[in-house]
Design a protein around this ligand. Structure first.
Ligand SMILES: NCc1[nH]cc(CCC(=O)O)c1CC(=O)O
Length: 314
């Protein structure tokens, strides 16, 4: 008799269409690269259940992650695939991000049935969006607009737009592109106009810290170094400033001639139309420690400009 040495792994995933697309993407990658047998374990998280309130009001980061970690802990799954944006900077004891994959488009997208761009919206138009980060940046760009909360998965958000509850909505380009909905995008915001969230557009793969040496080694070979270092810097800004999603914080790193150029911004939800505090920091980053130091530097620059007062009020 021969022993079957084919690795068998189970991926824990949320069950939204986007989460399943992402899990299937990682499943295919693992099957191709390691000739592994990979199954999906779909599950519902608190973040999926709470649809009537803004997520910033119901307990912050980790809402989309915890149930998946429980499945890892109990051995029902071996890895969890997340949108990196939804993953807290500090994972609970016993868990680690084994890989960050190459980033999709990190930008935010403007979607509207009738209007070609944010600039083209009529005075006072209603725009839907789900994050405080987008709210403060939209207000700074167009103080006249009425910005209303918008929750739910991608299909739900598009349906609410199509039903006429909003003139336009703003959401991550990456999700729309992954689901084949790119044709709905009327405008993508350049990253200087609407600074993305830390980790936006990237996928993270989480595993247990112990007992998974072989899997961790194989996942490490999937790391996209540029995305990994850039998102480490972005996430370090968020951690240095207290990192909850009730903070309207943006952080985005771009590689230019071998240097990582990091832009970060924080807005004040209580001060409509106020300009955002912005900071830029760049360095020839070549290690995780250097990436995190760059993030801490950018956070320090925001503090010097008065980020503290905003954080105090929140
Ligand atoms: N917070 C929900 C979430 N998490 C990741 C994405 C989009 C895909 C990505 O950024 O990788 C979205 C939807 C959105 O912000 O529009």
């Amino acid at each position: 008799m021969t022993t079957d040495t084919t690795p068998r792994w189970v991926i824990a995933t949320r069950e939204s269409r986007l989460a399943l697309w992402q899990a299937h993407h990682v499943q295919a990658l693992l099957q191709q690269r390691f000739a592994a047998r990979v199954e999906l374990l779909g599950m519902t998280t608190r973040g999926d259940q709470i649809l009537d309130r803004s997520l910033s009001k119901v307990g912050g980061k980790g809402l989309f992650v915890k149930e998946l970690e429980t499945a890892l802990e109990e051995g029902r799954a071996d890895l969890a695939v997340h949108s990196l944006k939804d993953v807290p900077m500090d994972l609970p004891e016993g868990f680690v991000l084994a890989a960050v994959l190459e980033r999709e488009d990190p930008r935010d997208a403007f979607v509207s049935p009738r209007h070609a761009s944010l600039e083209a919206l009529p005075h006072g138009a209603i725009v839907g969006t789900s994050s405080l980060r987008r709210v403060v940046q939209l207000r700074a760009l167009r103080p006249d607009l009425r910005i209303e909360p918008l929750r739910g998965n991608l299909d739900t958000r598009l349906r609410k737009l199509d039903e006429g509850q909003y003139e336009a909505i703003v959401l991550a380009a990456a999700g729309l592109k992954r689901l084949g909905l790119a044709e709905r995008i009327r405008q993508v915001f350049e990253v200087d106009t609407m600074i993305p969230a830390a980790g936006q557009g990237a996928l993270g793969i989480e595993v247990r810290t112990t007992g998974q040496a072989a899997l961790r080694e194989q996942l490490a070979s999937l790391i996209d170094r540029d995305t990994w270092l850039a998102t480490l810097a972005e996430r370090a800004v968020s951690r240095a400033l207290g990192g909850s999603c009730s903070v309207p914080l943006a952080a985005h790193g771009v590689w230019q001639n071998g240097r990582l150029e990091l832009t970060a911004a924080i807005g004040d939800p209580a001060q409509a139309g106020q300009p955002l505090l912005r900071a830029r920091a760049g360095a020839a980053v070549d290690s995780p420690a250097q990436a995190e130091a760059l993030g801490v530097e950018a956070a320090g620059l925001l503090r010097e400009q008065g980020a503290e007062a905003i954080l105090q009020r929140l």
